[in-house]
Design a binder for this molecule. Structure first.
Ligand code: ADP
Ligand code: MG
Length: 515
């Protein structure tokens, strides 16, 4: 596939597609045989016209232009869409409307089934383009009484045919259909971030450019960035959006350097309407990539294209970030999302459990909100585990059950701790950021927590010295070894240090320093 080609919609969310299991057709006779009274082409034309009356043109363009009607049976209407993501999205947000449209055009209520068939949808799209190019045939299919969107749609579709919009295929194709503004709980900690992300999505390239969102791990940065992408996908179907993690940008750049195709690389990155880079702090210590990003930024900015960035720290605190990038990142809107306050945590616990079909009792929600304080991802994980535990054991959700199911939160963590767990306890205890630990800074207030983190990583993960060094800003194995030896020595000499590191080990894997 050509890399500059648009992906009409992002790929499927990686999890919970099963929630849409009802969208998969049942292989029974009813769904296999077509209703002889229904001519598929006519039915689809009528249904499409009806849909266009019910939704905004841009919604139709985004979600239904590439859809195709596969068959109509006595009980069901089977629609084909281009990928799992479209299936989930349409199933979640447009099912009721589709049912009404079917009732009004076919005269009887039928179940909506959505299947994935990229080939069929490609054909559908080609047919619609031909239709746009041939107004006579478009007029023939225009249902009487339908509002005449057709000229606007034709104009916009023609533009798109020349320069198609959507999410670019070289994006990180992992947008999650749950990461929408609707699903985001707003509280004092994230109100500005939420409003600014909406503002940037409503008028890309105009109001907040660049839009720089920063905050600790798990506070909702990626969620807001993806919500913004969806908003633009819906409102501006012609806009070309490139959404990716900084890591992907770095990897693309390095392979372009290696393969000598920088021109192509630049073409891809500079020829978009919206560039969204998640976790831009990973540009730390990457001089050449920073240089390249500087030029990408300038080109896009000078052409009033929207730039959206997220980071774990404000621009000035990203280690070794060139001053000219720091100042550019501050040109537009810089907003911080703070860890959620107690009320917001409560609201998130209630919301996440409602989304999973359960009304969490207040005393249990309180218990969770009191114990998981900094990271919404963990809060969400706690809700999922508690609900799973309750349905497995068949026990009612009460505080005691929560204590039993979430022992690790209330006591110590269990299972193999990851690098992120280590980083979390260390950064929280010493009040430093991951970007500090990965920076070249050697002041004791940063070097010491970094050495403790290396020591813990060596002690409780299976990572090699090189891997651990790589994690902390590309340090070599002898630096890690030095850190391990130093902390081993300090913890035997200094009782305060012994008890701190012992506490870290106990909370991470349950066993202390001397076990
Ligand atoms: P970050 O990118 O800041 O590390 P994420 O955006 O990945 O954090 O958020 C972690 C998880 O928490 C996601 O599942 C996200 O949906 C959820 N989340 C974070 N903040 C909120 C919020 N305010 N309302 C609802 N869900 C949230
Ligand atoms: Mg993130």
């Amino acid at each position: 596939m050509n890399d500059t080609e648009p992906l009409s919609t992002p790929n499927p969310p990686s999890v919970e597609n099963t929630a849409q299991a009802d969208a998969v057709p049942q292989q029974d006779n009813e769904t296999l045989s077509n209703d002889p009274d229904v001519d598929i082409t006519t039915a689809w034309d009528r249904l499409r016209q009806d849909l266009k009356r019910r939704i905004l043109p841009e919604q139709y363009e985004t979600w239904f232009r590439r859809s195709a009607l596969v068959r109509v049976t006595d009980g069901a209407v089977v629609l084909a869409v281009q990928n799992e993501f479209a299936r989930d999205w349409i199933g979640r947000y447009y099912r009721d409307m589709l049912e009404q449209a079917v009732l009004s055009t076919l005269g009887t209520k039928r179940r909506i089934e959505i299947v994935i068939d990229p080939e069929l949808t490609l054909k559908a799209e080609a047919a619609q383009r031909a239709e746009v190019d041939d107004p006579a045939s478009a007029a023939a299919t225009h249902a009487p009484g339908a509002p005449n969107h057709s000229s606007a749609q034709r104009a916009s579709a023609t533009t798109r045919a020349d320069r198609p919009g959507g999410l670019m295929v070289n994006s990180d194709v992992s947008l999650n259909s749950k990461y929408t503004f609707d699903n985001f709980v707003v509280g004092p900690c994230n109100r500005f971030g939420h409003a600014a992300a909406m503002g940037a999505g409503e008028s890309p390239g105009k109001t907040y450019n660049p839009f720089f969102l920063h905050g600790q791990v798990g506070v909702g940065k990626t969620h807001l960035l993806q919500s913004l992408c969806y908003l633009i996908l819906e409102r501006f179907p012609d806009y070309r959006i490139l959404y990716l993690s900084c890591e992907t940008f770095v990897n693309h750049f390095i392979s372009a350097l290696e393969n000598g195709d920088l021109t192509e690389f630049r073409g891809k990155y500079r020829n978009v309407d919206v560039l969204v880079v998640d976790d831009i702090h990973l540009l730390a210590n990457k001089e050449r990539t920073q240089e390249e990003f500087f030029h990408t930024f300038n080109t896009l900015y000078n052409n009033s294209k929207q730039i959206v960035l997220s980071s774990d720290s404000p621009p000035k605190d990203i280690p070794t970030l060139q001053e000219r990038l720091v100042s550019r990142f501050k040109w537009g809107m810089v907003t911080e999302i703070e860890p959620p306050c107690y009320e917001t945590r409560m609201a998130i616990v209630k919301r996440k459990s409602r989304e999973r079909g359960c009304d969490m009792p207040d005393d249990v929600a309180q218990l969770i909100a009191e114990h998981v304080t900094r990271n919404v991802r963990e809060l969400e994980g706690a809700v999922t585990r508690l609900l799973g535990y309750s349905s497995l054991t068949g026990k009612r959700i009460v505080p005691d059950l929560a204590r039993e199911a979430l022992r690790d939160i209330f006591q110590v963590r269990r299972g193999a701790p990851s690098m992120n767990d280590i980083i979390e306890v260390v950064t929280e205890h010493y009040g430093v950021k991951l970007s500090d630990l990965q920076s070249k800074k050697r002041t004791n207030s940063i070097a010491f927590p970094r050495q403790v983190a290396m020591f813990l990583a060596r002690r409780i993960t299976n990572h090699s010295l090189e891997e651990i060094g790589g994690y902390f800003g590309g340090r070599d194995h002898s630096t890690v070894l030095h850190a391990v030896n130093k902390i081993t020595r300090v913890t035997t000499e200094d009782t305060h240090c012994h008890s701190t590191v012992d506490g870290f080990l106990r909370s991470l894997n349950g066993a202390g320093l001397d076990t």
